[in-house]
Ligand binder design. Structure first.
Ligand code: ZN
Length: 80
């Protein structure tokens, strides 16, 4: 008896080695994409919130870096 885990390197699906590992990568990938999309939206919202509430940091490098990050996440979201 072994409890080694096999993993699909395309979609990340895991199953017990030796067991039937049949699955649809497309299904798993679309589930992962949905999860990533909602994570990204959440991060963007949180960042916007932080930036709006810390407007006094506006001229600091931290603020500029966060703004850059927020914009690149936003661009990524709109390209999907
Ligand atoms: Zn797969």
């Amino acid at each position: 008896m072994t409890d080694k885990i096999s993993k699909c390197c395309t979609c990340g699906y895991e199953w017990q080695t030796g067991q039937h590992g049949g699955h649809s990568c497309a299904d798993k990938l679309s589930t992962r994409i949905s999860a990533l999309e909602s994570n990204f939206s959440q991060i963007t919202e949180n960042m916007a919130h932080i930036l709006l509430n810390n407007i006094s940091l506006k001229d600091t490098d931290l603020f500029k870096e966060m703004l850059k990050l927020k914009n690149s996440i936003y661009e990524y979201n709109t390209k999907l």
